[in-house]
Design a binder for this molecule. Structure first.
Ligand SMILES: Nc1ncnc2c1ncn2[C@@H]1O[C@H](COP(=O)(O)OP(=O)(O)OP(=O)(O)O)[C@@H](O)[C@H]1O
Length: 605
């Protein structure tokens, strides 16, 4: 990866090149943008974010305002009169057009008067008289509360018993004031001495204070520089501060759901970090458990409530995902006969492939042995570092992975998508060890290979997924996927969720779309004429149990693998789901996306 600091250095150089007035910040910005533009299409951590930030219209406008103010600040202009609005009423009767009654003009004059009379400055109370002269370290801090929370927490010092500021929330009122710091010792709040009070009693004083709050405090002597990082992570677990008894202040907590992108702004505390959601960066930060702490919580939760998310501890879930072998009584001939054979893009739609997946998973005895890199891994890494990635035109397309419970319509949507543009979308041709049938062609329905060849491919980790069905092996090879990507096409695969982690590589950069069932009534309505293949029947009508199974399976997939989903498509009407899928696929390829940082670390051009 190219070093981002290298680009910052170039930006710095570029600011030195400035030919004109040093205050022309917008000129600096334009030069920086020009320079960044040259490197935009390289995979540089954070470059995309910086580029979008510097390009933001609000920043451009702010800089213009700044320049105007800089220009006038030296002249120190004074208002000619402080009450222009009053004057306007006198002019009104002279004004034939009644120009002075325009509301925008009135608002302008009113704003003028506010500035002229300096109404915007909060009126701070006079300093208390009884400040001891020898107490040099004492500081008086006045904050205007303004309906928003203070953005600081307090606690009792374990040794001295003093009430101290425990932490200052990034972007909150206290933080923006720059006057309160973690470790400051409170002496008085609004004139009430806090000595001997419990932290909760101090909070009550604060809660009931309106307007200005006056703190008398002794600043912490050795103020550590807080580590303001700019780290972006994907949450791999859900977190609800209100349900967490160990959080120092639940109101200051930031709830998040798996898959959400967070910006970690402070990691100075080993247990509680501060973060914001990228979907709402204007909000002040909230407390989240550190990586280490969340891992510990998950481990405790894992063992105390295994039924929640751990498939290996719940029999019914195992049965659902991996039906036991003895249940597989499907007649393969029947299934194969149900397939329409070849129309160029038929590859990868063979039922036996899907049935093989089900069977292969039923052989897995425990979750630990089968998927240490899925469920257990998500527990081991509660946050995954991500970066903004913009695919370049010369890059391969991202692999599109469709996930969904059996029967929801994953294959139907994949088929529809490829049918819409077969020259652009394609699915890989799977490998099999079964005998070729007379109507089949090698490389069209399957690559027909010997058992030895198949096993050597397995040994070399050449498959995205593979399994055994009725004594034959089936698998989708990495090479079949790469061949499609190398041809400049978009490769669409349909995987079992357990196989997602295997494709999460810097080479494939998969974009995972979860196909979700609509409501039960919608399924009844839309699937009236549809047919499914169950473990027992081929092309049978949907029954109520099928809908129930689809719903339950979808819920479990979301609980267990939701952190890997980039998008969710509800398959209600086939037409609208297809349109949505098409636009998501385009968005995945053409627009900047958050991807795991490790996918671009080894990407140096
Ligand atoms: N939105 C929809 N409206 C109506 N019918 C649908 C819709 N989506 C899928 N179907 C139909 O539902 C049936 C099952 O769909 P499909 O074969 O794609 O399921 P699947 O998710 O691939 O499951 P499996 O892997 O078990 O085949 C098919 O007959 C399909 O045409």
């Amino acid at each position: 990866m190219e070093d981002f600091t290298g680009y910052l250095y170039k930006i710095q150089q570029c600011t030195f090149k400035l030919p004109t007035h040093p205050n022309r910040l917008s000129q600096v910005l334009n030069l920086v943008l020009e320079e960044l533009g040259l490197y935009y299409h390289r995979d540089v951590n954070g470059l995309g974010v910086l580029y979008s930030l510097l390009q933001a219209p609000w920043l451009q406008s702010l800089l213009k305002v700044h320049e105007c103010l800089q220009h006038y600040i030296k002249k120190s202009p004074m208002p000619v009169l402080p009450k222009a609005r009053a004057l306007s009423s006198e002019v009104k009767h002279l004004d034939e057009q009644n120009f002075m009654t325009f509301s925008s003009l009135q608002a302008l004059l009113s704003a003028h008067d506010t500035v002229a009379q300096k109404d915007f400055e909060p009126v701070l109370p006079p300093l208390p008289d009884n400040i001891p002269e020898n107490e040099e370290a004492m500081r008086i801090v006045c904050l205007v509360k303004n309906k928003q929370p203070l953005g600081a927490t307090i606690k009792r010092h374990e040794i001295t018993g003093d009430i101290i500021v425990a932490r200052v929330i990034h972007g909150g009122l206290a933080d923006r004031s720059g006057l309160l710091y973690a470790g400051d010792k409170l002496v008085e709040v609004n004139g009430f001495p806090v000595e001997g009070l419990e932290p909760e009693q101090v909070i009550q004083i604060l809660v009931h204070s309106e307007g200005t709050i006056v703190f008398k405090l002794i600043p912490i002597g050795d103020r550590s520089v807080s580590s303001h990082t700019m780290l972006f992570v994907r949450a791999m677990a859900d977190y609800w501060p209100q349900l967490d008894p160990s959080i120092p202040c639940a109101d200051a907590g930031l709830p998040f759901k798996k898959g959400e992108i967070l910006q970690i702004v402070d990691q100075s505390d080993a247990l509680w970090w501060q973060a914001r959601k990228v979907s709402n960066l204007s909000r002040c930060a909230g407390l989240i458990p550190s990586n280490h702490l969340l891992k510990r919580k998950q481990r405790e939760f894992w063992w105390s409530q295994p039924f929640m998310s751990h498939s290996c501890l719940k029999a019914s879930m195992v049965d659902l995902f991996f039906p036991p072998e003895e249940d597989m009584r499907i007649d393969e001939k029947c299934v194969e006969a149900g397939e329409t054979v070849c129309s160029g893009f038929a590859a990868g739609f063979r039922r036996s492939m899907r049935l093989c997946r089900r069977k292969s998973h039923s052989n897995q005895l425990s979750c630990y042995s089968r998927c240490p890199s899925t469920c257990y891994h998500s527990m081991a890494a509660p946050y995954e570092e991500v970066v903004r990635y913009q695919r370049r035109l010369c890059d391969r397309h991202r692999l599109i992975v469709l996930i969904g419970p059996s029967g929801v319509g994953v294959n139907e949507l994949r088929r529809q998508l490829i049918g819409l543009n077969p020259s652009k979308f394609q699915s890989p041709v799977p490998h099999t060890t079964r005998h070729k049938k007379t109507y089949e062609e090698n490389g069209r329905e399957y690559f027909f290979v010997s058992k030895e060849t198949f096993e050597s491919l397995v040994y070399c980790h050449s498959f995205l997924e593979y399994g055994e069905y009725k004594g034959n092996l089936y698998g989708t090879s990495m090479d079949a996927v790469k061949a499609i990507l190398d041809a400049g096409k978009i490769c669409i695969v349909d995987l079992e969720p357990q196989d997602i982690t295997g494709v999460r590589t810097h080479e494939l950069k998969p974009y995972v779309i979860f196909i979700k069932p609509p409501s039960r009534s919608c399924m009844r309505q839309t699937r009236r004429n549809a047919r499914i293949i169950t473990d027992y029947f081929v092309n049978t009508k949907f029954k109520e149990e099928d809908f129930q199974e689809i719903e339950e399976s979808a819920k479990k997939m979301e609980v267990q693998f939701g952190q890997f989903f980039d998008q969710v498509v509800v398959n209600d009407s086939l037409e609208s789901a297809c349109v949505q899928l098409m636009s998501i696929v385009r968005h995945a390829q053409d627009d900047p996306q958050w991807i795991p940082a490790f996918w671009i670390c080894s990407d140096s051009p």
